[in-house]
Write a protein that binds this ligand. Sequence first.
Ligand SMILES: [Zn+2]
Ligand SMILES: [Zn+2]
Length: 166
Amino acid sequence: MHLNTLEDVVEFLCGRDTGDSALDARESQAPNWSDLQYVLRTIRPSASYPRSPIPCRHCGLTSSKAITSSSNTNGNAGRPYFKCPTMGKFLVFADARGNDLTNPVCRCGLSSKRIMSGLYTKNPGKLFYVCRSGMCEYNRECRDAQGEHVIVGWEIVDYLAWLEII
Ligand SMILES: [Zn+2]
Ligand SMILES: [Zn+2]
């Protein structure tokens, strides 16, 4: 499915048997993005994220913290993240975005982190799940209730980032 409107996003969030009747109730009242933010904050608190540098899963050394460029055009501007101290390889974003507790479990046994492929990749706008602690190589495509890959429309990327859906 493609996420291009608020209605698409609500359908996506409700389409996984999460029991979020609050989202459906809001839908009947011509909801807006702020309503959705209220509902998400109330019923879906984000899972935790690493606050201090993690060991790099490639070399074992303590990772270094960095911030993405403010000119990043993939909805990721100014995000803190951890990277390998020797190779500079990206490990994980150090924030709560995408840390939906209902996401599938990674190899560490934790709920995963929802992320989006950038505009200039081979899968622009596609959603994936990765390890939110940065400790394993978990990477799974995000699919809707019909098994279709979920793809974000560029016009709503900023909303989804603001709502911490991605
Ligand atoms: Zn490393
Ligand atoms: Zn993991």
